[in-house]
Design a protein around this ligand. Structure first.
Ligand SMILES: Nc1ncnc2c1ncn2[C@@H]1O[C@H](COP(=O)(O)OP(=O)(O)O)[C@@H](O)[C@H]1O
Ligand SMILES: C=C(OP(=O)(O)O)C(=O)O
Ligand SMILES: [K+]
Ligand SMILES: [Mg+2]
Length: 585
């Protein structure tokens, strides 16, 4: 089969980026085209007719401060754009690009669990301003009404302020957990105290040192002598007596228990997986929550305690049948022993994964968690699925305004492993310093990413071919080559024009040195891309004429001060399967 590679020359000299040394000049516009693919005609759509345009033609322009390109206040000014051809980008990204240039934008994405400490509009806005890319709601807690209000607030923030904060709904799953502590925010168990874990329902006020358990089979499944772990071992008990529905336990490791904390029990050094292991991954209550998530148009559903790929396939077909017009990405939470056995199939079937270290650390020995994390992060990258590292990243910041050195080292390690995203749980849901915790994640990410680039730690990681069709293979090769060219030529940015987001994810997978500007036509794809490493997602209507797309993008971004003449850019598109290298005119 004949394939050809054409270089089209447009103007005499290409200017190397300002930060690099002098280079030999290249033709100004170099086109690398692969004419072997069947043409995929994309209709040119009028910019206002996109079915999923929740943002109006208003764009946001705002004041910035010196805080690492992050806005400190909500004093924002709206400038309606009379030109119907507009671009959606948020003020924080805009400020970051203007102030610090392309290179220092943060590549690692940040997920914040929303809880009582952060559910107000102003609090959510502060998180968005602080760099939250995805808001996570945990269906283990709160009512659907409560979650609905949070979703509405995030949506309003996106429409009014131009953000692309995605919503991730996390299912409760069939885990065994404690009840809600009768309204108390926590309960302290001291060494040697006797507590009653019961499957009975109690009238208020409930007896002292009594914890309700959500799983009816609990009292039958545990045995005297078993070790009972609260929240993966934050507090430990020994079972000393069973009386009908009541299980009397002595505290052996004291600590603070939070409402609805997870419970596991161990016998002779092994996790007991009796009947609870037979419970379905998606419970009847989870299905109702998923229906709620589909109706509310969440962007991601994270499934707790996934054991096999089947459940993911089943859920994906359920979602496809019920939300035809829009895709909801399914994230597999890797937190059970069973999921580790089927890891590759599970990740393959999913749209992304979460290293849910809280429960994972309760199911495998703690010392195995770091290597397991690294394995999951690497596998996800190879299979081109976004991966989130979650739980206890900054646990001490629930109570204190400064993290421990060990926590900073843990966050650094996840960034160094090049995970797509880091997640806050209790730190943002119910902690005293949600914004400070987010700032720590932000600052550590930027610092470690910079260190990586300065040290020129280009990885030797093998990125295997993943595409099934020849056209997919071409897209992959284009992205691999474009990323390599971008590093070698030290370009300022990669541009990708993508309708489905696939080409953007292929570029992200290469973890290039420069940021990736991902232009996509719908706000839902824009939000979904916000979970992926290095992508700066913009909503823009574009055609299959790359020349005009580029000109339009250049003029829109130049007008906003986000790029300038002379910046060196490599552009790829999934419409033409082309690579173009050029200076911004
Ligand atoms: N929607 C909510 N309503 C009340 N409290 C919440 C909510 N979401 C999270 N929390 C609180 O934040 C803590 C940490 O959140 P998360 O890690 O998501 O849950 P869990 O600890 O149950 O796995 C929870 O234990 C709970 O105390
Ligand atoms: C993220 C986790 O899940 P959840 O907070 O829902 O228990 C975890 O176990 O680490
Ligand atoms: K959950
Ligand atoms: Mg969990």
């Amino acid at each position: 089969m004949s394939q050809s590679l054409h270089f089209f020359t447009r103007s005499p000299h290409l200017i190397p980026p300002s930060h690099s040394h002098s280079k030999t000049s290249l033709p100004s516009t170099s086109n690398l085209r692969f004419p072997v693919t069947s043409p995929k005609p994309f209709p040119i759509r009028a910019s206002t007719s996109s079915p999923d345009l929740d943002a109006s033609s208003e764009v946001l322009i705002s004041d910035t401060n010196r805080n690492g390109g992050v806005l400190s206040s909500a004093s924002q000014l709206y400038t309606p754009v009379s030109d119907p051809i507009s671009i959606d980008v948020d003020a924080v990204t805009e400020a970051e690009l203007k102030e610090n240039g392309f290179r220092s934008t943060r590549r690692t994405k940040l997920v914040c669990t929303v809880g009582p400490a952060t559910c107000g509009f102003k609090q959510l806005e502060a998180l968005a301003v602080g760099g939250m890319n995805v808001a996570r709601i945990n269906m283990c807690h709160g009512t659907r009404e409560w979650h609905k209000r949070v979703i509405e607030s995030v949506r309003r923030l996106n429409v009014e302020k131009g953000f692309a904060v995605a919503i991730m709904m996390d299912t409760e799953g069939s885990e065994i957990h404690m009840g809600d502590l009768g309204g108390a925010s926590s309960a302290k168990a001291e060494d040697g105290e006797i507590w009653n874990f019961s499957v009975r329902a109690f009238d208020a006020p409930r007896p002292e040192r009594t914890i309700t358990v959500n799983y009816d089979g609990f009292a039958e499944d545990v045995k005297v002598g078993d070790e009972l772990l609260v929240d993966g071992g934050m507090v430990r008990f020994e079972v000393i007596e069973k009386i009908g529905p009541d299980v009397k336990c002595r505290c052996t490791d004291p600590g603070l228990m939070l409402p609805r904390a997870n419970l596991t029990f161990w016998r002779d050094g092994s996790l007991v997986r009796e009947r609870n292991a037979m419970l379905p991954t998606i419970s009847p209550k989870d299905w109702l929550d998923i229906d709620f998530g589909i109706a509310e148009g969440v962007d991601f559903v994270a499934i707790s305690f996934v054991k096999s790929a089947e459940v993911i396939n089943h859920l994906k077909s359920y979602i496809a049948a019920r939300s035809r017009d829009r895709d909801i990405a399914v994230i597999a939470k890797i937190e059970s022993i069973d999921s580790l056995k089927n890891l590759e199939e599970i990740i393959e079937a999913s749209d992304g994964a979460m290293v849910a270290r809280g429960d994972l650390g309760a199911q495998i020995p703690l010392e195995q968690v770091p290597s397991t994390q690294q394995r999951i992060v690497q596998l996800c990258r190879q299979l081109n699925k976004p991966v989130i590292v979650a739980s206890q990243l900054l646990e001490s910041m629930i109570e204190y305004p400064t993290p421990t050195r060990a926590e900073v080292a843990d966050v650094s390690e996840a960034v160094r492993q090049r995970a797509d995203a880091l997640m806050l749980s209790g730190e943002s849901a119910m902690g005293q310093f949600p914004e400070k915790a987010l700032a720590v994640l932000r600052n550590v990410s930027v610092r470690i990413e910079k260190w990586w680039r300065e040290e020129k730690r280009h990885e030797a990681m093998e990125l295997p071919g993943i595409g099934s069709s020849f056209s997919d293979r071409i897209s992959e090769e284009i992205c691999n080559s474009a990323a390599k060219m971008a590093n070698n030529l030290e370009v300022d940015a990669l541009f990708v024009y993508t309708k489905s987001g696939h080409m953007a994810s292929l570029l992200s997978r290469c973890r290039p040195d420069c940021p990736i500007f991902a232009f996509t036509t719908t706000t839902s794809v824009r939000r979904r891309l916000n979970l992926q490493w290095g992508l700066i997602p913009f909503r823009l209507s574009f055609s299959d004429d790359m020349e005009s797309n580029l000109n339009k993008t250049f003029s829109l971004l130049k007008a906003r001060g986000m790029i300038k003449s002379g910046d060196l850019v490599i552009a790829v598109s999934d419409m033409l399967q082309s690579i173009q290298v050029m200076n911004v005119p």
